[in-house]
Design a protein around this ligand. Structure first.
Ligand SMILES: Nc1ncnc2c1ncn2[C@@H]1O[C@H](COP(=O)(O)OP(=O)(O)OP(=O)(O)O)[C@@H](O)[C@H]1O
Length: 275
């Protein structure tokens, strides 16, 4: 898919949010869209997904089936989870049997089985986000567009997002995902687009900026200090979790915790790849 000289503004004579954007994403590729708050990441994703039409320019070779996960799932709809997903399956062109199978699969996989009879407005934000992800995946998408998909999700589901992205790309689909939390560390093979001043810069990260996630077990009593030191060194803390598998006699803590890090800024070549 290619965005060819795409310009976008929300109203006539308003400021251009996107200017002369010319980027492409191929089958099986994952692109993370980066940039400051309000810079135009969502706008770019909506143009790519076909939710917004460019003011100028065009989008070519967009795959026929697009999965679109907005930053906020519009939960103010009077359906139960089950009925909403069934309707979305039909909208995606699935027959009733395929729809039922897909709804079963994704509600189980995303931990939504207990919410099938719950109405959308009664869901927590995180659960509603999962419904947003489920509807996008009912039919395997040729293009999956995810706007800040980690926002509001519980830790277990956050782990699932990279797995879902990998599946789509392994099946030959393209994936665009915006990220302002540093979760890109979970997608080490992804390309990046950076949005700044209305301009989208395309380019794979140089080899010395390769990203890895490192899990570090520390005594529970020392977590705060370890997190502070890692942050001071420029690493990005993805999460801290209790580590039930740690040996009980680990140093002075009665229990241990695992600190998972990536880095916000590149560190030197001796940095062992952790960013
Ligand atoms: N529907 C709209 N009408 C008018 N202006 C809008 C609309 N949606 C977004 N904008 C403006 O367009 C610009 C880019 O917004 P956009 O939501 O694309 O940025 P973003 O990088 O995704 O931000 P964030 O990281 O906060 O989600 C902002 O100045 C925003 O105020």
């Amino acid at each position: 898919m290619r965005l060819e000289d795409v310009w976008l503004r929300y109203r006539r004579r308003g400021p251009w949010v996107l200017r002369a954007t010319d980027v492409r994403v191929g089958p099986g590729e994952v692109v993370v869209v980066l940039g400051r708050n309000g810079v135009g990441k969502s706008t770019l994703l909506q143009v790519a997904a076909g939710v917004l039409r460019p003011s100028r320019g065009r989008v070519t070779d967009r795959p026929r089936h697009v999965g679109w996960v907005p930053e906020r799932f519009p939960a103010d709809q009077p359906f139960t989870v089950e009925r909403y997903l069934a309707a979305m399956g039909r909208v995606a062109g699935l027959d009733p049997l395929a729809t039922a199978r897909a709804v079963d699969h994704w509600t189980d996989r995303l931990g939504l089985a207990g919410f099938r009879r719950v109405r959308l407005p009664e869901l927590s934000k995180g659960t509603a986000q999962k419904v947003g992800l489920a509807q996008a995946m009912l039919r395997p998408p040729g293009l999956l567009v995810l706007d800040e998909p980690w926002e509001g999700l519980d830790a277990a589901t956050r782990e699932l997002v990279p797995a879902v992205i990998d599946e789509v790309s392994a099946a030959g689909g393209s994936v665009l995902v915006s990220d302002h939390r540093g979760e890109i560390a979970r997608l080490p093979g992804a390309r990046r687009w950076t949005v700044a001043d209305g301009v989208v810069t395309e380019g794979a990260p140089p080899a010395d900026e390769a990203v890895a996630v490192v899990e570090v077990a520390v005594p529970a009593a020392r977590v705060a200090g370890a997190v502070a030191r890692l942050r001071a060194e420029g690493h990005h803390i993805l999460r801290v979790r209790p580590d039930a598998s740690a040996p009980p006699d680990l140093a002075e803590g009665t229990s241990a915790a695992t600190v998972e890090i990536g880095a916000a800024e590149p560190i030197g070549p001796a940095g062992g790849g952790a960013r």
